[in-house]
Design a protein around this ligand. Structure first.
Ligand code: COD
Ligand code: ATP
Length: 198
């Protein structure tokens, strides 16, 4: 099956774009969703995380305290590297399983770390959601009610705009409104249908 990787930094508009592909009947696999599945209570990865970081990264109900872990890993590069080494292979397995269950003319893999994590090897084409970093910071901060400093740290752990664009086969310009984003998705959809046929 023909597969497109949809990527962009935090708050770039991947979910918005993915929603428009879904409206067109396209199966979307979300890497952030896969990242949540692999740390559900009862999964071995959650135990390993608690052993490494301490039980203070668990909530009372036994689930991962995501805010705690976020603060830890984006302040310490080596801790983030440890977490990624544990989770990225597991996330990749979840993604592969979900992509195999695709039923549409082509499938989309939506992932913030498509390029950084090597997940691009699972797709035929890379589509980047692009916007100026200042706008990305503004949108991500207001959506998550996060301090801009926290978002800046997350952005620093991701590819910068220029390096991401250098890997793009297609670009969605999300510096304008959602109506414009939707039209661009509709145009790309036609292109992907053709590519999927050939
Ligand atoms: C640290 C965690 C627990 C924080 O959880 P939280 O609910 O606050 O954030 P969420 O998972 O929804 O991610 C929000 C955004 O942060 C960014 N982000 C997440 N992990 C990373 C990372 N390792 N490096 C860079 N950016 C990241 C992405 O843009 C993502 O969309 C979580 O992000 C995590 O487990 N990260 C490691 C797994 C991973 O790399 N996931 C990214 C998808 S492959
Ligand atoms: N063109 C746009 N105009 C105005 N607001 C937008 C636009 N695109 C997205 N947004 C808003 O910006 C925020 C971030 O968008 P979205 O959640 O789609 O990004 P994302 O790339 O999926 O982020 P993350 O990687 O953090 O999950 C959301 O609140 C969304 O509604």
């Amino acid at each position: 099956m023909f597969r497109v990787g949809l990527t962009g930094g935090i708050g770039s508009g991947k979910s918005a774009a993915a929603g428009y592909f879904r409206e067109l009947g396209i199966h979307v696999v979300d890497a952030d969703w896969a990242a949540r599945v692999v740390v559900q209570p009862g999964r071995p990865a959650l135990e390993q995380i608690a052993r490494h970081f301490g039980t203070n990264v668990l909530l009372e109900n036994g689930e991962l305290d995501r805010a705690q872990l976020r603060a830890l890993v984006f302040d310490h590069d080596e801790e983030r590297a440890w977490l990624e080494k544990l989770l990225h292979p597991l996330i990749r397995e979840e993604i592969i399983t979900s992509l195999e269950q695709s039923f549409s003319s082509y499938a989309i893999l939506e992932s913030p770390l498509l390029i950084e994590s090597g997940q691009y090897q699972l797709v035929d084409r890379i589509c980047v959601v692009d916007l100026p970093e200042s706008l990305q910071l503004e949108r991500a901060s207001s959506r998550d009610e996060n301090h801009p400093e926290q978002i800046r740290k997350i952005m620093a752990a991701q590819l910068n705009r220029q390096d991401r664009l250098a890997k793009a086969d297609d670009v969605l310009d999300n510096s304008i409104g959602l109506t414009e984003l939707r039209s661009q998705v509709q145009a790309l959809h036609q292109k992907y249908l053709q590519l999927a046929k050939s």
